[in-house]
Design a binder for this molecule. Structure first.
Ligand code: HEM
Length: 403
């Protein structure tokens, strides 16, 4: 990084994949990175190498023997006191978890879930539509993934449940604070959630409950000897939280985009079959998981930089999705891309196991809104944006009163 100017060097030194400035929609930061520096060192969050070029990222993600996940995959860490498996597992255990979970969340199984997901989306949306205006982030985007995953796991939600998940997901980003400034205790929320699942698992082990939901499926794997009890517990925990904020964020960003870009909304209303393509483009341009990390287990060279054993290495998915070498016109939403190999779900051995479910939820969420209230509009267009993930207040327009 010798030839870059001082301002860029300074920006890179403080690069934080979660920060608003990094994720600015027009992507000035991303352009600088791609053009000058696909791999660089940031001093933020305790220091890490950021891999922001598409090809460099794929190389690191696929080299799981040099860059391991078992020492933590989140910057900053979630702080639950237990590994988030399978994401924070390495071979041979990692392969065992994937072989177990992949068929259960594969395309054939997920296809059958569409009617359920649609019923849930419709129910939640009809409740939001009882008022003239609604915050679609809170009342719709966040609700759908929570209702879907709790149904799939076979567990009941409670108010505590929402508090715990909010704390776990958002508390880590601001050193134990939520967006509204409330301070929260991540370790206590994790402990609460683990005891919740411990009780569920104990009850079902004792009661001989053989329902074929995800909890039942994991308990069966335990009886077969594929999992031990701590793994069953940790998998329940991660399966619950793995697809909450990211799916909610995607739904929110997509609905924001369609309100802010009426021409794209008209296209999707006229040709609903394009919604699948739109989903991929929303995932690319508004990647909900900006980055996850690895740890280098030995000294190695990466695009001319020397990475030491023990260094943390961030796979900056959101930045790589804007790499102009792979995506023409990278900062624009385009439905005519010949291909869209975005990295929103990661790449390599840890690629997202829930991608089929997430895509289904996202597509159905958009279809239901465009079907019921195609002319919804933003109440604060000047303030609302695709990021940060905060309220998205809309009014429903004439179509709502005709329903
Ligand atoms: C839009 C929504 C989602 C996005 C953007 C997303 C993104 C990701 C990414 C980037 C990874 C890679 C982790 C790594 O490389 O270290 C991942 C892993 C994973 N995701 Fe998702 N995810 C989403 C939804 C879901 C859902 C709905 C589930 C289902 C419960 C899920 C379950 C998982 C699991 C189990 C892993 C770990 C895979 C492994 O380490 O082998 N995700 N996800």
């Amino acid at each position: 990084v010798n030839d870059i100017d001082e301002d860029l060097a300074d920006a890179l030194r403080h690069y934080d994949h979660n920060a608003l400035a990094t994720r600015e929609p027009s992507g000035p930061m991303y352009d600088l990175i791609q053009a000058r520096c696909p791999v660089f060192k940031s001093e933020a969050r305790g220091g890490f190498w950021a891999v922001a070029g598409f090809e460099s990222l794929r190389k690191v993600a696929r080299d799981a023997s040099t860059f391991v996940s078992g020492q933590g995959a989140m910057i900053p860490r979630m702080g639950t006191g237990r590994p988030l498996i399978p994401m924070e597992a390495d071979p041979p255990d990692h392969l065992r978890y994937r072989e177990l979970l992949m068929p259960r969340l594969g395309p054939a199984v997920v296809k059958e879930l569409e009617p359920m997901v649609r019923v849930v989306a419709r129910e939640i949306l009809s409740r939001a539509l009882l008022t003239e205006r609604a915050d679609l982030y809170e009342t719709y985007a966040k609700q759908l993934p929570m209702h879907v995953i709790t149904r799939l796991l076979g567990i009941e939600e409670s108010i505590e449940f929402w508090e715990w998940t909010e704390t776990l997901i958002y508390g880590r980003l601001e050193d134990g604070r939520l967006g509204d400034g409330r301070s929260v205790d991540v370790a206590a929320a994790a402990a609460g959630m683990f005891s919740f699942f411990e009780a569920v698992l104990e009850k079902r082990r004792r009661g001989g409950d053989t329902r074929d939901d995800l909890v039942g499926f994991l308990l069966q794997a335990e009886r077969d000897g594929t999992l031990v009890a701590t793994e069953t517990l940790e998998l329940c925990f991660f399966l619950l939280i793995a697809g909450l904020d990211n799916t909610a964020f995607s739904i929110r960003a997509s609905l924001w985009h369609l309100a802010a870009h009426p021409e794209d909304r008209s296209t999707l209303i006229e040709v609903p079959s394009l919604i699948r393509r739109a989903v991929e483009e929303f995932l690319r341009i508004y990647a909900p998981v900006p980055g996850l990390s690895r740890t280098a287990v030995e000294e190695t060279e990466l695009e001319g930089q020397s990475v030491a054993a023990g260094d943390r290495v961030l796979l900056a998915f959101a930045a790589a999705n804007r790499d102009a070498q792979v995506f023409d016109d990278p900062h624009h939403f385009r439905l005519d891309r010949p291909s869209n190999p975005h990295l929103a779900f990661g790449v390599g051995p840890h690629r997202c196991i829930g991608s089929h479910l997430a895509r289904l939820e996202l597509r159905v969420a958009i279809e239901e809104v465009l079907g019921a209230v195609p002319d919804y509009s933003l109440v604060h267009p000047e303030r609302a944006n695709w990021y940060p993930a905060e309220e998205l207040v809309v009014t429903f327009g004439p179509s709502a009163s005709q329903r």
